[in-house]
Design a protein. Structure first.
Length: 255
């Protein structure tokens, strides 16, 4: 392989490594909520390399949770009417536990859906490793606000929840055009006030009106830091110096 070919290969390698570099972004979103906390909140993060979004996850507060004057402990269980495994298995085990009237949290860790249309990127993270949330399957709460598997559709309820983020790929931190496009759905055991109402309905919010008037309030996206690609620049520099050194040695003949 001659010098020109080697140099071209080194440039391609370095360019590919540079293009793969991603940045971490934090996401904070709020929705109106008819419960005692007044709003539902999502706080999370994702990686963005200029083309692909990955590792999208975060904590979604329980919407209109059925509170009975007792606080959840660090395992997400409580005394009184809201105790039992049906509730605690859905709740994030918050370090140090939950304070009185502190909304339980759902840990959304499964990024299962993402798409791009023009400059807009849409990505969704789920509580369960499934995109089935509402009755009949899927997660389109704008059409079906009823919980999956509770309305005689022959399916077993999976107590799922999700949050959908939309951002502008040309300016991620400018959310003025996408804040009203975020959506969430909470079909877990605690969603929507209490046991007597969680059997068939969940709490949802989206522009135009979710259940109980839920709708987007705010969205902010901020860059945290680039995700470094190990020694990409040094690899290219070392390769270039090595190739130039080899070329020099070949050009200098012994006397």
């Amino acid at each position: 392989m001659n010098l020109k070919t080697r140099l071209s290969a080194a440039i391609v390698l370095a360019t590919s490594a540079s293009m793969a570099q991603a940045s971490v972004y934090n996401v904070s979103a709020t929705f109106t909520d008819g419960g005692m906390q007044g709003e539902t909140v999502f706080n999370g993060s994702f990686d963005w390399d200029g083309t692909t979004v990955s590792n999208f996850s975060g904590l979604l507060s329980e919407s209109m949770f059925g509170w009975n004057g007792t606080a959840f402990d660090s395992n997400g269980s409580s005394a009184g009417g809201m105790n039992g495994a049906a509730y605690s298995t859905n709740v994030y085990a918050k370090p140090g536990g939950y304070a009185l009237n502190d909304a339980p949290l759902l840990n959304l860790t499964h990024q299962l859906v993402s798409s791009t249309s023009g400059n807009l990127v849409t990505v969704t993270s789920f509580l369960q490793n499934s995109t089935d949330v509402v009755t009949g399957g899927g997660y389109d709460v704008t059409v079906t606000p009823m919980a999956y598997g509770t309305m005689g559709d022959g399916n077993i309820r999976n107590y799922n929840a999700f949050f959908t983020l939309v951002f502008d790929s040309t300016n991620l931190t400018d959310t003025s055009a996408t804040a009203d496009q975020i959506v969430y759905g909470d079909m877990t055991a605690l969603g929507l006030m209490g046991p007597m109402l969680t059997g068939s309905m969940g709490m949802t919010a989206f522009s135009g009106g979710g259940s109980m008037g839920g709708a987007p309030l705010s969205l902010s996206i901020s860059e945290v830091a680039p995700v470094p690609v190990p020694a990409a620049g040094w690899l290219f520099g070392s390769a270039l110096l090595s190739l130039l050194g080899a070329s020099r040695r070949k050009s200098v003949q012994p006397a």
